[in-house]
Write a protein of this length. Structure first.
Length: 283
């Protein structure tokens, strides 16, 4: 019996998520009910891909603190746990946006690095002084995919960061209106807390949203402004961030430095060609 390459299984999982998400979003646009089976199938695909990457990076699960500490700070483990939570929870369509974004980049890069080369023969050796022949059509497509992925990686990661904050707002409102379990905002808030410390894109998004609310609430003053300041202090104390603007500093400063800092954490950075295979962040 032939052994299936895990890399192809990984790509299959991302393809399931990508096409499932496209169908779910299309149903949402036309105000149709959420296709629950497709929703769970999409997250099953994501779980398949993340499980392969986690197993490859961390090895077999072990019942010791060293393994657990490594797993706790691993971005792929965090997203695998989040995918599992959405898989077993009541469907929330917007939750699929971050995973669909990652899968889009991974699928495009898989096509460029694994599929197209099987149909494009290597170029013949060129004699000295002869002009290089124009690239084949598929080779040209491969180059365009590479340029698009590299050129849009940062924008996509910023979109994911804001989408995750929008999902948090959605589950908070759902919990307050008794449409979503109260566990959902607590779980997602802790996830975003981990992302805040690992991702400059999340820090920038949190800083920008905080600054906008500062400007909106500050213009009204009174009890509303005091309440918002108390909420920021509570969140900053729990999350270890800096959401309260020091006195004398402009309100917009909360977002100005939020994106500063090291690269994108545990995975490949923007310049490395996002989406490239199983070694990249947010697999």
């Amino acid at each position: 019996m032939a052994v299936v390459d895990p890399h192809y299984v990984w790509a299959f999982g991302h393809a399931v998520m990508l096409f499932g998400a496209a169908y779910i979003l299309l149903q949402t646009v036309f105000f149709r009910p959420t296709p629950a089976k497709v929703y769970r199938l999409s997250y099953a695909g994501a779980l398949l891909s993340y499980s392969i990457v986690v197993f490859k990076s961390l090895g077999r699960p072990q019942a010791n603190m060293t393994y657990l500490r490594r797993a706790f700070v691993d971005e792929n483990v965090q997203y695998a746990v989040l995918a599992l939570y959405w898989f077993i929870s009541k469907p929330i369509n917007i939750s699929i946006l971050p995973f669909a974004t990652f899968s889009l980049f991974h699928c495009l890069t898989f096509i460029r690095t694994n599929v197209i080369p099987k149909f494009v023969p290597p170029p013949p050796p060129q004699a000295a002084g002869q002009p290089r022949p124009p690239p084949a059509a598929l080779d040209n497509v491969s180059r365009q995919i590479q340029l698009w992925v590299k050129g849009n990686y940062d924008s996509a990661m910023r979109f994911v960061a804001y989408a995750e904050l929008a999902i948090l707002a959605r589950v908070v409102i759902g919990a307050l209106t008794f449409r979503t379990p109260f566990l959902a905002p607590l779980f997602l808030a802790h996830f975003i807390r981990l992302r805040y410390h690992a991702s400059p894109f999340t820090r920038q998004a949190v800083g920008n949203v905080t600054a906008r609310i500062d400007n909106l609430v500050g213009s009204r003053g009174g009890a509303l402004a005091q309440g918002w300041t108390a909420v920021k202090k509570l969140v900053a104390g729990w999350g270890g961030g800096h959401l309260v603007t020091p006195q004398g500093a402009p309100a917009g400063g909360a977002g100005a430095g939020a994106g500063a800092g090291p690269g994108a954490g545990a995975g490949a950075g923007a310049g490395a060609g996002a989406g490239a295979g199983a070694g990249q962040r947010r697999q």
